[in-house]
Ligand binder design. Structure first.
Ligand code: FAD
Length: 561
């Protein structure tokens, strides 16, 4: 049995930032991660991290907060947004003081580039490899504090005893044993759920694990219907072409060579928010003005030197996948599943409804992104909310004695694994995952309607039942049983997908990333409330709308760019 004061599940940016904050505050903290932290998906983040430093133009945290609230289509909780934007400049300096190498302006100050939906250039970056650079900075801090990392440990269950969080159960992938990890505070930082879709910018590990574990333990998921589709992904493999490409001045063209975005967003054009740009692209494609199901991202006019200095990675990624060199040719792109705005419900300290259980980063929904996230705000959320969750957790554990080891949860998790391993026939995890991916991609993509969403809800119910009653794992071995791990991930993805589809079906309005062709308008009178999805004993998730959207300063108005 393992014991720590604070255990962070996940070694991406949110997880490592939380762990370092807890260590700086003197807590005994450990990280549990299904992969080496530096391989976490955060390392794929390209374009940058927002903070109102005002290095290029006058700026203030309040402007940043306004842009974020507007970008959220007024579904974001404004005090959570304000907390994030106010702390952003401090966190950038915090990172810089720990050696993070940001790109610079000629006068030596941190460079900032324009991003979609932002009133001024406020995205700090390291060329187009920002996530990787911050990830390595935090990893050095983990080493500095000698923080214990349980690597290749796959969390399967959350322990709750007498109403408080008491740690987790994790599957040691090296020897196939389940272990009980007792903790006075547990922080989920397990990343997003992009793998619900057939094509996504997300890596193979973005499988909703934290969301599924929390949901199965009785913690609600919030606003799951809001899935972000990024406007510029490669058709061949779903890989992202950063928004930084448009931030640096890239154009979007249709088959006629027209910069179509000004039809949809007369003021901002290509730099409108992502939901607006993705819908515009998809409309062009559906109405026959695309090329082979794509539109074009054109950065040729930026010139070779600027492309090689600021966008070297995406040039290479595009060359590898399409054979086209962005210096000489436009790149075919289309919208793709990118970011999970919803997640484990938390307050503005990252605390869930269960004392001692926290969530931060993409797995969480502190409601800073609402119905649509602005580019550059996710990296910021991982850093600000990772630190906030740890700060709260360290204060919380001061009032906790020893926690009761949840042998009960250990047994439940062992039974679940034994069930999957003991069956020798039935449905296989990969087939169920494919069925889920297919219905999600067909019925819960950019434009949605009642018929398609009902189809998704019905199909996901079938998939859920098949998983619970018949799913089996062929590989019975103990060492690095990826068949078993992938099947456990599929279980969590199905939970997330069910919450998304059901939430989208019930929300009879269009807001941010949720675009209903049968309810094309935003309906503030009825829908200024969050969707909470609760586990319902294997039935469709139970939805409740008891949490209203919090407004501090900015009343909803017509949102245009
Ligand atoms: C291609 C791409 C580019 C992006 N670019 C930007 C950008 O420029 N700016 C921006 O703001 N945002 C960007 N984003 C979004 C941003 O990168 C992510 O939202 C953010 O990095 C998520 O960080 P995280 O720490 O929450 O999760 P992750 O980095 O995904 O880390 C999750 C961690 O949890 C661990 N884990 C998961 N499940 C388990 C389990 N069951 N047991 C144990 N450990 C587990 C994993 O091992 C991993 O260490 C981008 C996203 C993508 C996909």
């Amino acid at each position: 049995m393992i014991n720590h004061d604070v255990v962070v599940i996940g070694g991406g940016l949110a997880g490592m930032r939380a762990a370092v904050e807890a260590a700086e505050r003197g807590a005994d903290v450990a990280v549990v991660s299904k992969m080496h932290p530096v391989r976490s998906h955060s390392g794929a983040a390209q374009g940058g991290i927002n903070a109102a430093l005002g290095n290029r133009e006058d700026d203030a945290p309040e402007n940043h907060a306004f842009d974020t609230a507007k970008g959220s289509d007024y579904l974001g909780d404004q005090s959570a947004i304000e907390a994030m934007c106010e702390d952003a400049p401090n966190q950038i300096i915090w990172l810089e003081h720990r050696g993070c190498i940001f790109s610079r302006m000629p006068d030596g100050r941190i460079a900032q580039r324009p991003f979609g939906g932002a009133g001024s250039p406020r995205t700090c970056y390291s060329a187009d490899v920002t996530g990787l650079v911050i990830l390595h900075t935090l990893w050095e801090q983990l080493e500095r504090f000698n923080i214990k990392v349980y690597e290749e440990y796959f969390a399967t269950g959350l322990c709750i005893e007498d109403g408080i969080g008491t740690g987790l159960v994790a599957y040691n992938m090296r020897n196939g044993e389940l272990e009980l990890i007792n903790a006075k505070a547990t922080i989920f930082a397990t990343g997003g759920a992009g793998r619900m879709y057939l094509k996504t910018t997300n890596g193979y590990a973005s499988t909703a694990d934290g969301m599924g574990i929390a949901f199965q333990a009785g913690i609600p998921l919030m606003d799951m219907e809001f899935m972000q589709f990024h406007p510029t992904t490669l058709k061949e493999n779903g890989v992202l072409m950063t928004e930084g490409a448009r931030g640096e001045g890239g154009h979007l063209l249709n088959a006629a060579g027209e910069r179509f975005m000004f039809k949809y967003a007369p003021n901002k054009g290509e730099l409108a928010s992502r939901d607006v740009v993705s819908r515009a692209e998809w409309t062009e494609i559906l109405e026959g003005r695309g090329i082979d199901g794509c539109v074009l991202l054109d950065i040729r006019h930026l010139g070779r030197e600027k492309i090689l200095e600021r966008l070297p990675q995406i040039r290479e990624l595009a060359m590898d996948a399409t054979g086209k060199d962005a210096i000489d040719e436009p790149i075919p792109i289309l919208p793709g599943a990118h970011y999970t705005m919803g997640g484990i419900e938390t307050d503005k300290w990252g605390a869930t409804r269960v004392p001692g259980v926290y969530a931060a980063g993409e797995t969480a929904c502190a409601s800073v992104h609402g119905a649509n996230r602005l580019g550059g705000n996710s990296l910021l959320e991982t850093i600000v909310y990772g630190a906030r969750a740890a700060r709260h957790a360290v204060d919380y554990i001061k009032g906790v004695g020893t926690v009761k080891p949840s042998v009960r949860t250990l047994k439940e998790q062992q039974d679940k694994i034994d069930r999957l391993l003991s069956r020798n026939s039935g449905e296989r995890g990969p087939a169920l995952r494919h069925a889920m991916n297919k219905t999600m991609s067909e019925n819960t993509f950019i434009f949605r309607d009642q018929k398609g969403l009902q189809t998704a809800v019905d199909e996901l119910r079938r998939v859920r039942k098949a998983f619970d009653e018949t799913c089996y794992v062929m590989d019975k071995s103990k060492t690095f049983n990826t068949d078993l791990v992938n099947t456990l991930e599929t279980d969590f993805l199905i939970d997330a997908a069910q919450c998304l589809a059901k939430g989208a079906l019930e929300r009879t309005e269009s807001r941010g990333a949720q675009s209903r062709t049968d309810f094309p308008e935003r309906n503030d009178e009825q829908w200024m409330k969050h969707t909470l999805a609760w586990r319902n004993n294997g039935d469709d998730p139970k939805l409740d709308y008891s949490r209203a959207v919090e407004i501090t300063k900015w009343q909803p108005t017509v949102r245009s760019y």
